[in-house]
Ligand binder design. Sequence first.
Ligand SMILES: Cc1ncc(COP(=O)(O)O)c(C=O)c1O
Length: 381
Amino acid sequence: MSVEDFSTDFGPFHDKTWLNCAHQGPLPKVAAAEALEAVSWKQTPYELTTDRFTDVPRRVKRALGRLINTAPEEIVLGNSASYGMHLIANGIPWKAGDEVLLVRGDFPSVVLPWLALERRGVTVRQIEPRGSALGVDELRANLSPATRVFCTTWVHSFRGHALDLNDLGAVCRSHGVTFVVNTSQALGARPLDVSATPVDAITNVGFKWLYGPYGTGFCWMRPELLESLEYNQAYWLSMLTADDLGKPLHDLALRSGLGARQYDVFGTANFFNFKPWAASLEFVLDIGLDRIVAHDQSLVSRFLEGINKDQYTILSPENGPTRSTLVLLSHRDPDRNDAIHRALRDAGVYVAFRSGSIRISPHLHNSAEDVDRALTILNRQ
Ligand SMILES: Cc1ncc(COP(=O)(O)O)c(C=O)c1O
């Protein structure tokens, strides 16, 4: 299968190969240009108009709404995946004895915010999956009448499998359990329509598969979940604009009915980050998820077909719906993995070393040549 080439929309990479999008996505050229424009606004602060304060976050929300098929007003802007995870974990009105189910070995930002609730009498139980991915039957068997929340990553950062959100979500729905998903290693490389998927909340970083700057992210919650939160956040710029400061403000009152906007991260206009992120999101949307999935998966196939399986074991799923854009592999002698990762880096090929394995994660900025370059080095180890 031929691979479309989007690499000229990125870089320059100076003869290096970045196959580590699961860590950081590179900023597309259109977004870099907008970052420079944001810098110029700050150099001449009369350019930081109230309209721009309002429009920058709105533009990001419009793009994110299109991406997950929801109204822009339902998007909470954050600076990470952790931001939304903390909002949900700390905002749910818990009763002592309530239970949260997690998956043991999940990414730390999916585990730690819930563990902190143990101080409030919440029980946190981490399910040990039988295989590398949690099965629906395992989730069902672990639910108890006290379970309020099940939280997991969609694509696992260290094992590379994608979970079936429909099946897991259906189990949660039928037991009245809130289903919270960290979609950070998936969104941008797989489509998600929250209006047609049984999830109650997602949190996501902006700086991986969505090609945003570091320090970007968002959260989406079903309106009923959002309304049920008890979380003391009353950010003045969610309720007023800078222009309101021109009026006397003796009788400030909280505004209600703000929806998701109530929980936007402080500094919501964050020009340096959100202006380029909006451009990256629009770039992704303009290409379209279908083309992106086809592109990314053809690179994954090329890698899996080219790697010498006598030398390496593939640890992530190689076929079917559980396969993602994260390929985890190990040399037959796992003690060599770190050295192989360093050999790749020394040759200008950047991949990740995670949980003792090598992780390759190609996306739009990569070409077939990038994959071949990695294969050449890997296969001669
Ligand atoms: C699944 C997942 N979630 C979150 C993060 C980062 O989280 P945060 O933005 O909260 O630092 C990563 C990787 O860095 C990740 O792999």
